[in-house]
Unconditional design. Structure first.
Length: 304
């Protein structure tokens, strides 16, 4: 059987109750609330009807509260205070004093290209904030929705419903080789690309784009080494004649670190955008907005 829900009190009536209890005068209550006396009288009648009590009676000293009003004033003021807190402006986020942890899903490449700069900036602006890097995989959407992760940085085309995205920069592809490679100078032809031995990275969210391009163009690489990530790749290329095909940002970073030659890729490979992703639940949260603004300032194309 369906039960009729009790009628809820209008917060304006609770406010009248609080003001009238304090000043004991309809006239002064009207002035305090910026309303006319007839409006105050109408609201008071509604309040009496809903609470089933006169609440205030006229006396020579003013409107005296009834015992029922004395009993209700405490709970009424608690409700009003709760409503005020709900309506209050969300507190500002102060990075200088904030103590919190941000969990950011990112690729292995981002550990090399993005994390060092982000960590340095966070330490400078928010010295008590802790960063945690997590894996970028198919569980990212669930982690963002649950709050287990705050941001995802990288190429994640599978993220869709409920996820905000901001493009940071576009990626194309390059090749890396030993700067003293015996058969490669300033350019790399497709024929030479086919003939040389390669090192490849098994992980990486852009790897599918590379494999699709190889298949579509009928190019079969002679892969001599497969690595699970980018750790040690720079040292391997600098000490061998192997070449690697990588997204530009991680490729140029490794080249700078290990003194490698950066070559135009002779294979046509679809580019992609590196983005930051976050869930709609946290779109307006001040601390979250601060972190996203920091990432955008550091890594948006033209600012890096």
């Amino acid at each position: 059987m369906n039960e009729t829900l009790p009628e809820l009190l209008d917060p304006r009536l609770l406010q009248l109750f609080d003001v009238l209890y304090g000043c004991r005068s309809v006239t002064r209550s009207a002035e305090a609330m910026g309303l006319s006396q007839p409006t105050i009288s109408i609201w008071l009648q509604r309040l009496r009807r809903q609470l089933g009590d006169a609440l205030f009676v006229r006396t020579p000293a003013g409107m005296a509260p009834t015992p029922r009003a004395d009993a209700l004033i405490g709970p009424a003021r608690e409700v009003l205070e709760g409503l005020r807190r709900l309506a209050a402006v969300q507190p500002a986020f102060d990075p200088a004093t904030a103590r919190r942890r941000y969990r950011i899903c990112m690729t292995d490449a981002s550990h090399v290209t993005l994390l060092p700069a982000l960590l340095a900036r966070v330490r400078a602006e928010a010295p008590q904030v802790r960063l945690e890097a997590a894996r970028m995989d198919e569980g990212v959407a669930r982690a963002l929705a649950s709050g287990e992760a705050d941001l995802a940085l990288g190429y994640a085309p599978w993220l869709a419903s409920g996820i905000y995205q901001q493009t940071l920069y576009a990626q194309d592809w390059i090749c890396l080789a030993n700067a003293a490679h015996p058969r490669i100078r300033r350019t790399l032809s497709l024929a030479r690309y086919r003939a040389e031995a390669h090192v490849t990275i098994a992980a990486g969210t852009g790897q599918d784009l590379l494999e699709a391009a190889l298949t579509a163009q009928g190019v079969e690489r002679r892969v001599l080494l497969e690595l699970p990530g980018f750790l040690g790749l720079g040292a391997i290329i600098s000490g061998t004649d192997l070449i690697a095909t990588l997204p530009r940002h991680i490729g140029e970073t490794l080249a700078q670190m290990s003194g490698l030659a950066v070559l135009g890729c002779p294979l046509g490979i679809q580019g992609f955008d590196v983005r930051q992703h976050w869930h709609a639940r946290y779109h307006e949260e001040p601390g979250h907005r601060w972190l996203r603004a920091l990432v955008a300032e550091l890594f948006t194309a033209g600012r890096r």
